[in-house]
Design a protein around this ligand. Sequence first.
Ligand SMILES: [Fe+2]
Length: 336
Amino acid sequence: MLNRSLVALSLTLVAALAASGCSGDDDGPEVVVYNAQHEQLLEELAPKFEKETGIKVELRNGSDSELAAQLMQEGDASPADVFLTENTPAMSAVERAGLFAPLEAKATDPIPPQYRPTSGLWTGFVARSTVLVYNPSLISADALPASIMDLADPEYAGKVSFSPTGADFQAIVAAVLDLEGEDATRQWLQGLKTNGTTYDGNNVVLEAVNSGESAIGIEYHYYWYRDQAESGENSDDSELYFFGNQDPGAFLSISGAGVLEGADHPEEAQRFVEFLTSEEGQKALADSYALEYPLNPVASLGADVKPFSELQPPTVAISDLDGDKVVDLLTEAGFL
Ligand SMILES: [Fe+2]
């Protein structure tokens, strides 16, 4: 009886120590990363950083909005040292809450200035292009719209799919809002509500288009390229379409990285962001499964992916995306 409760007690202690991040006698330097970028990408990059620096990375994964809300709730008491997002609206929200510490120049200098805020409080580290994925057996390439705004027109009724609950689609709406204004965005969303079918997740959108359930999907480029690189199972019967021409549909969504003001491991956190933007980190990113565009010009994706220089994105100031307003508009349109 006594033995059993001792075992139970020590198991509880082990669990408590593990939960607190304390690993007993091999307590080396570490960095706690709240990660809203794709989990698999960071699981590829973190070991490279650990090997180079001897700093252990603890990843706590969630979505852009979940982790931003958690940081704002935890404030200075947060265990987070670094925040990584898929898209910029969540970075701007955490910046507005005053939770970021300035990044060192070593971390920001390798990234061209249009991909980081002038505040210096965080930086972009990877970019993703908005695209249409379409099923050529249901719609021919020449019937695709010149602008993403046209998808609200009656001719696309029953043809469009997207995932409005996700941070990726919400960033696209934020770009439309920034470029076209509130009234046009409201009308566009109403048109999409009439014309569209919604799914939960961008891979599900890709599957729906590929299987012929939907003619057109709105998402980012890498979902299709990753599937092609893996098996092609969910993409072989579909094609990609890039709007280009500075259209809102050519919006380039930037993933952000920042160090928290209340970080318990501020030096390790700076090192981690510095690694992400460095030549080594950006080349590792380019060579990873992710197929997202590195932003440090020393690194680039392989020849199979449309070159970054050919994307012709619209100019959207990186700090201008208003995630809260987008949630209001999506709620008003009945998507959330
Ligand atoms: Fe994504």
